[in-house]
Design a protein around this ligand. Structure first.
Ligand code: C6P
Length: 406
């Protein structure tokens, strides 16, 4: 069903911003997305009408806040099609979720000499926590290589799998290249080898339907702020059995059943993994963001964004000297690029003066930049509120800067 884009844009007050006298055209959606008014209002409403700590009080407001928080968990459950709502652990973001998993999984399952497989195209958040865990547990980190289009080399993945592989931790969509990885195939191969899989869906859930049961994922993480929700929110999904087996990472309030100075017993799921007061208003706001996405329909969002990606790719390639980094067959709405030898920072700064917000740098994915032998790229990433007119302005802006640099 075609989306009513002008109507969608009206729901995002920030899109009316004027930057250096020019209307804002925001292409930094992979870094964070803007929030529709209903999400902002929901967070305000929590503070104005519900504010109270959850799962603790007998009083009215505490019960109201607890109900709203747990309803948000159920919205996430339905959105990712988890079997139980207690398989949804609220975290501070994808980074928080991966650190939780790396610590708990490491403590519970990894022995010296065990192996974990990641890929060359991971975000630092899906590299560093595993490196730290491998150091602690004397485990081995292996890396799936990519080809020059920015796609995983699956035959090499097959060779890396071994009886010692405990976990495969890969991104669904690369933030720096836009590549959509063949998660169903990777999962099937990991499981056939007796290994578990964790999918970093930080750049996927806002574009593609991620059904954890259909894909048979063991773990999955994402960030709320990249799916039109508040910052400081995120999710770790895990299969009930695995979460039950795992040791908690952080200790504190809410994650305990009983505490004495001799011993502590832990709470049941999901609370075992949610020590301390969580981001109550933020998580309720994330539930509202999920409603926003679900009401538009992810398939509608995806087909509109695919249209933007195709259009932008064709128009970008008309610019002399344009080099797109990440040319996989299957891509989400992210374009990383360089033009001639213009430094991304210079181009990005000049585009900013035209009201065009793109990201520049290594995008927290330095191994990808090393692979392509470049210091960084410019990156334009599209959300459902972007338009072809905005892309035309971006193309004109890039062309103008290119001409200025001769
Ligand atoms: N990528 C980008 O501009 P946090 O910071 O925890 O919300 O998300 C971390 C993260 C994990 N995995 C992937 C694939 C990501 O893209 C990100 C965040 C942003 O590309 C910030 S560097």
């Amino acid at each position: 069903m075609p989306l009513n884009i002008p109507n969608i844009r009206e729901q995002f007050p920030i899109l009316e911003s004027v930057i250096y006298g020019k209307p804002l055209a925001y292409f930094d959606n992979a870094a964070t997305m803007h929030k529709p008014r209903r999400v902002v209002n929901k967070v305000t409403e929590v503070y104005e009408k519900l504010n109270s700590n959850i799962h603790r009080g007998v009083h009215y407001l505490s019960n109201q806040a607890t109900t709203a928080y747990e309803e948000a968990r159920q919205k996430v459950q339905l959105f990712i099609n988890a079997t139980h709502s207690h398989e949804v652990i609220f975290t501070s973001g994808a980074t928080g979720a991966i650190n939780l998993l790396a610590n708990s999984f490491g403590e519970s399952y990894m022995k010296p000499g065990d192996e974990i497989i990641i890929s060359t195209m991971e975000h630092h958040s899906n590299i560093v926590p595993w490196q730290m865990m491998c150091k602690r547990r004397k485990a081995v980190l292996k890396v799936i290589p990519i080809n020059k289009n920015g796609e995983l080399i699956l035959e090499e993945f097959d060779k890396l799998l071994s009886p010692k592989t405990k976990l495969v931790a890969v991104s669904y969509v690369s933030n720096a290249l836009g590549t959509i990885n063949p998660i169903a195939e990777l999962t099937q191969k990991a499981h056939a080898n007796g290994s578990l899989i964790m999918v970093d869906a930080a750049q996927a859930v806002q574009h593609i339907k991620v059904d954890v049961q259909a894909l048979d994922l063991d773990f999955m993480v994402f960030s709320g702020h990249k799916i039109y929700g508040p910052t400081g929110t995120g999710v770790l999904y895990g299969k009930e059995k695995l979460l039950n087996e795992m040791e908690p990472w952080q200790g504190g309030g809410e994650m305990i059943k009983t505490v004495t100075f001799e011993e502590t017993t832990y709470n049941e799921l999901p609370f075992k993994f949610e020590a301390g007061t969580p981001n109550i208003a933020g998580c309720i706001g994330l539930g509202e963001a999920i409603d926003f996405v679900s009401e538009l329909g992810l398939e509608n969002i995806q087909s509109y964004e695919d249209e933007l990606l195709d259009y932008a790719t064709k128009e970008f390639l008309k610019i002399p000297g344009m080099r797109i980094i990440g040319t996989a067959d299957n891509k989400a709405s992210v374009i990383s690029f360089l033009v001639n030898n213009i430094h991304p920072f210079d181009m990005g700064t000049m585009l900013d003066k035209m009201g065009l917000a793109v990201r520049t740098g290594h995008h927290c994915a330095q191994p990808i930049m090393d692979f392509f032998g470049i210091p960084g790229t410019l990156r334009a990433s599209f959300a459902v509120y972007n338009t072809k007119d905005e892309i035309d302005r971006l193309v004109q802006g890039i062309s103008k800067v290119t001409q200025m640099f001769g």
